[in-house]
Write a protein that binds this ligand. Structure first.
Ligand code: GDP
Ligand code: IMO
Ligand code: MG
Length: 428
């Protein structure tokens, strides 16, 4: 099983960090392929809790080589501070590899992110304010700065000046902000260059060779399917492709080399930031999911919007990612409800719809059609096998599997590494 992708099947925060970390001990490489430090992945190892933003979750597994692929946008200040934070806690980060083709988030990208959101007012996206969108915009506009530019001062200066010529006009004339000094940005970036240099590598070559040699490579998505810029709830999305195809473009590994695609799926639904969310709850059930599930953003500290499980979304994730398996997380959070509603379809303008509508207007009007499943009250956090689960919890999982279109191969019953029920091995 040389190459597998692990990605979010909903709107992010499904528990990807925990799932990646769980497999980290058995894989040779863990690779981030898109996004940046907008991600927030919590990993609990024993009594230690780690919050990772930019670094792949495999960094916590000795023996595993963490890789930041070309599709990731990298804030060098965040990279260095995340590394030193882990070093202080005794984690060896020396094996990290960073693509020379990855784009850099600079202070002007974070500034543009924040002022754009302010300018949009109540139409804002609710971004994480980390400069993600403006950095990807510059990449597509061909005025981005790449990691490799740090090692050619003259090219770096030309590129920063070219990028700022235009941006400063906008900042000054549209947003009434002070222009940003190119020389200062160049100095700041050059200040990171030497510290980052040991990690910079031709990651595409290394990863393809590793797969050819039979090594196990895990591609770890940030965000989730419905935050994908092409397949998500545009414009309320992030600016990259968390879906499975992103693993190829974001690393330079072809689709024929990927064997398995695992969707991380929360047993209910959450979302941070603005945008449509058919099963969102505004009542005490939503509050209970938020409290019991600890649904507060790892990156921005914002409360997550919470709602019941949405099988239409899960089916959609199976389709657009070609999922082979699901990892169902946070089943333990649903303990204690007498009945659990599950959205099986939508009603849109009086009609029942089974699949996610391609039209955003329709999606904004979608009303969930619920089926009630019986709940359970037993503590399931110690369950080790599927048969350890109460009958109603088993039936809940089986019902979700049937509606979602791919087998549920693992179930999370708590945040810890060992609080997982493995049904089918991901690595066989
Ligand atoms: P990610 O962004 O997909 O990596 O997910 P986050 O780390 O942002 O959010 C998931 C949260 O759920 C984290 O606090 C995890 O520690 C926690 N978590 C993951 N799996 C489980 C589970 O099965 N049960 C419970 N109770 N918590 C879990
Ligand atoms: P992980 O990897 C949940 C959301 C933001 C906002 C939108 C665009 O932890 O699952 P951006 O800063 O990316 O331009 O913001 O995307 N968002 C996330 N929501 N989990 C994430 O990452 C997210 N990363 C971005 O809240 O709505
Ligand atoms: Mg998260």
């Amino acid at each position: 099983m040389p190459a597998l992708v692990l990605l979010g099947a909903q709107w992010g925060d499904e528990g990807k960090g925990k799932a990646t970390d769980l497999l980290g001990g058995s894989v040779d490489y863990v690779v981030r392929y898109q996004g940046g430090n907008n991600a927030g992945h919590t990993v609990v190892v024993g009594d230690q809790k780690y919050a990772l933003h930019l670094l792949p979750s495999g960094i916590l597994s000795p023996g595993c080589t963490p890789v930041i692929g070309n599709g990731v946008v990298v804030d060098p200040a965040v990279l260095l501070s995340e590394l030193s934070g882990l070093n202080e806690r005794g984690v060896d980060t020396s094996k990290l590899l960073l693509s020379g083709n990855a784009h850099l988030i600079t202070p002007y990208h974070t500034t543009v992110d924040k002022v754009t959101e302010r300018f949009l007012g109540k139409r804002k996206i609710g971004t994480t304010g980390r400069g993600i969108g403006p950095t990807y915009a510059d990449k597509i506009n061909r005025v981005g700065i790449r990691v490799q530019d740090l090692y050619d001062e003259s090219i770096l200066t030309q590129k920063v000046e070219a990028a700022l010529d235009f941006k400063n006009q906008i900042l000054a004339k549209l947003y009434n902000r002070r222009a940003i000094d190119a020389a200062q940005i160049v100095d700041e970036l050059l200040g990171y260059a030497e510290q980052i240099k040991p990690f910079v590598a031709d990651t595409t070559l290394i990863l393809n060779n590793a797969i050819d040699d039979g090594k196990v490579v895990l591609f770890e998505g940030g965000q989730g399917t419905l935050l994908d810029v092409d397949h998500g709830t545009y414009p309320f999305v992030t600016s990259s492709n968390p879906t499975a195809g992103g693993a190829c473009t974001g690393t330079g590994v072809g689709p024929t080399k990927i064997n398995r695609v695992i969707g991380i799926l929360k047993a209910y639904t959450t979302r941070v930031g603005a945008g449509p969310f058919p099963t969102e709850l505004f009542d005490k059930d939503g509050e209970a999911l938020r409290t019991i599930g600890g649904e507060r953003g790892v990156t921005t500290g914002r409360d997550r919007r919470c709602g019941w499980f949405d099988a239409v979304i899960a089916r959609y994730a199976t389709r657009v990612n070609g999922l082979t398996d699901f990892f169902l997380t946070k089943l333990d959070v649903l303990t204690g409800w007498e009945q659990i509603p599950v959205c099986v379809a939508y009603e849109i303008d009086g009609k029942r719809v089974e699949e996610l509508p391609y039209s955003q207007t329709d999606f904004h009007h979608a009303k969930p059609v619920y089926e009630m499943l019986p709940g359970w009250s037993e503590d399931i956090s110690k369950a080790k096998t599927f048969s350890d689960l109460p009958k109603n919890a088993q039936a809940y999982v089986k019902a979700l599997e049937e509606m979602s279109g791919a087998p549920i191969s693992a179930i999370g019953v708590g945040p810890g590494r060992d609080e997982t029920i493995e049904i089918n091995s991901f690595l066989s």
